[in-house]
Design a protein. Structure first.
Length: 240
């Protein structure tokens, strides 16, 4: 073997090192792609939530929401101008109105859920599929709509919108605002059930609200149980 051949062989990395280097590059690229997907999904969910929240206020004021007006409002808000508040509701009798809270045309939005004690505010959209629950709290099909007697069922992920439910207590107030009015509930019970215990969504004689999320809250993987919050309607404030 010539001196040149020995020198070339000494400089060439072994096959195992080249394979290891390729594996490292593969996992690096895979990690970057996963991070990019995570950022995109979370950013799109945040933008969707912000737009639907703004559009809901516009509908309450009788204005037509458009992406251009939303962008303008956000720019004005960024530079110190406050967004105009929606009309203040007036007090009304505790019974629920007789008109369904139909989803807003073209958006599927039912309303907005607020739990002041938990600093939780999120839009409620019709449906409980994975795509809906990624962007909003979902109104469970087949359960009552706000404004009707019966059980209004809402579902949310334990690691996003309903993460705060782990801190909820009996008698905590819950508000569900729709185009027909704001429904004020008080939490009356919490329970943990199995995934097949759908009796918690059964119709009720009076207007109630049931919140459903997976349990335990910090479980890794698909959680085996469900955390149920049951609230009773106490009053309704009609929109002027």
């Amino acid at each position: 073997m010539t001196v040149h051949a020995v020198w070339s062989a000494a400089r060439e990395p072994p096959v195992s090192s080249r394979i290891l280097g390729g594996v490292e590059w593969f996992f690096l690229l895979f990690g970057l792609m996963a991070l990019d997907l995570f950022i995109w999904l979370n950013t799109s969910s945040m933008v969707y939530e912000a737009y639907e929240d703004w559009a809901f206020d516009q509908d309450l004021r009788g204005l037509a929401p458009t992406p251009m007006r939303f962008t303008g409002d956000e720019v004005h808000l960024l530079f110190g101008r406050q967004r105009i508040a929606a009309k203040a509701p007036s007090a009304a009798a505790p019974q629920a109105p007789s008109i369904d809270a139909r989803p807003l045309a073209g958006s599927g939005v039912i309303g907005r859920l607020e739990i002041p004690g938990l600093h939780l505010t999120a839009m409620v959209q019709e449906g409980a599929d994975a795509n809906t629950l990624r962007r909003a709290i979902g109104h469970i099909p087949g359960t009552a709509l706000p404004g009707r007697k019966g059980n209004v069922g809402l579902a949310g992920h334990r690691d996003t919108f309903f993460r705060a439910l782990r801190e909820i207590h009996v008698n905590d107030p819950i508000e569900l605002q729709t185009q027909n009015g704001t429904y004020h509930y008080l939490v009356e019970s919490m329970q943990i059930v199995g995934p097949r215990d759908i009796h918690v969504l059964a119709s009720t004689a009076g207007p109630t609200l049931t919140l459903v999320t997976c349990y335990p809250f910090y479980y890794v993987g698909s959680a085996p149980k469900r955390f149920i919050v049951r609230a009773e309607l106490k009053s309704v404030a009609a929109i002027n």
